[in-house]
Design a protein around this ligand. Structure first.
Ligand code: FAQ
Length: 311
């Protein structure tokens, strides 16, 4: 009965085991995973837009090939994640409908514009860097399909982060105008990257339960702090400044202190009022409509194939 099932579930989670799709799980655990995995998948595919904006204007064939590969990886990450969500008895069509209707979220970070080529570098360095910091612990998430999807995604994100770092390094050590462009991109992407980790712990409605279920392994503020500590020496070797006058090493705490985040900006972006929310969702809906023929053709092919094999 449910009492035994709950006890079995709790025992697996506390022993660092994995919950698999066939296992019993509490309804709220399933709902939390669907929410987080869907939001993550939506972020991957909406996250293709800001960088895709620069594919046709990449400064060389080599840069263009690298950027196309990165954006294609993001589409792939979306597919792994929608696949992981579907093991929880939801359908990706239904999740996409909810995204398009504004009833499911995607990461706040993708509502900012990519104004210059250096933004491609800043996204790789900071946005992929933040994504890895958040996602490496998710490789140990209690839900098996999500944890396994994260392993491969993290490997690919590491490549993405390196390409951004290398791109910014080239600009930072180029002409004064290139250096200024790199600095401007870092100035604009730094604070939104810190917001990717979610609200402060005392305002994070889901953290406590998600940590008890071992979906989340660290709190939002812990991961944000880890990210700041990783970025400071990297900024130094890039020769770029982080736009925070309050950023300094705290000997006692053994980490960096950093300035106040503008949480009202984060709330505005979550409410749909960021600089690009409308544009991102419009483009997503249009892409979905334009792709209808592909879904129809795939479904027709699958139907023919199964009719043939069932003969
Ligand atoms: N944006 O209680 P919490 C990538 C919402 S990486 C928008 O703390 P939770 C790679 C939250 O949903 C980006 N909404 O929530 C890439 C909740 O909403 P609700 C994607 C946010 O879930 C790079 C409310 O605020 N990564 O795409 C954000 O425990 C370059 C309360 O928050 C992931 O999704 C936000 N930043 O912790 C691709 C990682 N933060 O239910 C292309 C997996 C919070 O009240 C190019 N997700 N909210 O309506 C997670 O680890 C967690 O879901 C957190 C939030 C940490 C994001």
């Amino acid at each position: 009965d449910t009492v035994d099932q709950q006890a079995d579930f709790d025992a697996v989670v506390s022993a660092e085991g994995r919950i698999e799709p066939r296992d019993w799980m509490p309804d709220a655990y399933r709902a939390t995973l669907v929410r987080q995995i869907a939001q993550h998948a939506h972020s991957e595919i909406i996250g293709m837009q800001p960088e895709a904006n620069w594919i046709t204007r990449a400064p060389s064939l080599r840069r263009k090939a690298i950027l196309m590969a990165k954006v294609q990886d993001e589409a792939g990450h979306g597919l792994y994640l929608y696949g992981a969500a579907e093991t929880l008895d939801v359908d990706r069509g239904e999740l996409l409908d909810k995204l398009h209707a504004g009833r499911q979220r995607y990461s706040s970070i993708f509502n900012y514009p990519t104004l210059t080529w250096a933004d491609v570098g800043a996204i790789g360095w900071l946005v992929d860097g933040a994504a890895i910091t958040n996602q490496v612990p998710l490789c140990r998430c209690s839900y098996g399909p999500y944890a396994r999807a994260m392993v491969r995604i993290c490997k690919e994100e590491s490549f993405h982060q390196r390409q951004g770092y290398e791109l910014l390094h080239a600009l930072s050590h180029g002409t004064p105008a290139q250096h200024a462009m790199a600095q401007d991109a870092v100035d604009r992407w730094w604070w939104p990257s810190l917001m990717m980790f979610g609200p402060p712990d005392d305002e994070s409605s889901h953290s406590e339960q998600s940590m008890a279920w071992r979906i989340k392994r660290h709190s939002n503020d812990e991961l944000r702090q880890r990210f700041v500590d990783i970025c400071v020496p990297q900024a130094e070797s890039l020769g770029l400044a982080l736009p925070d006058p309050d950023l300094r090493w705290n000997e006692e705490r053994g980490t960096h202190d950093f300035g106040e985040i503008d949480w009202s900006e984060f709330q505005q972006v979550l409410r749909g009022n960021g600089p690009c929310n409308e544009q991102r969702l419009d483009q997503r809906r249009t892409a979905h409509e334009n792709g209808a023929w592909v879904r129809e053709a795939a479904a027709a092919h699958a139907a023919k194939h199964s009719a043939r094999t069932s003969d």
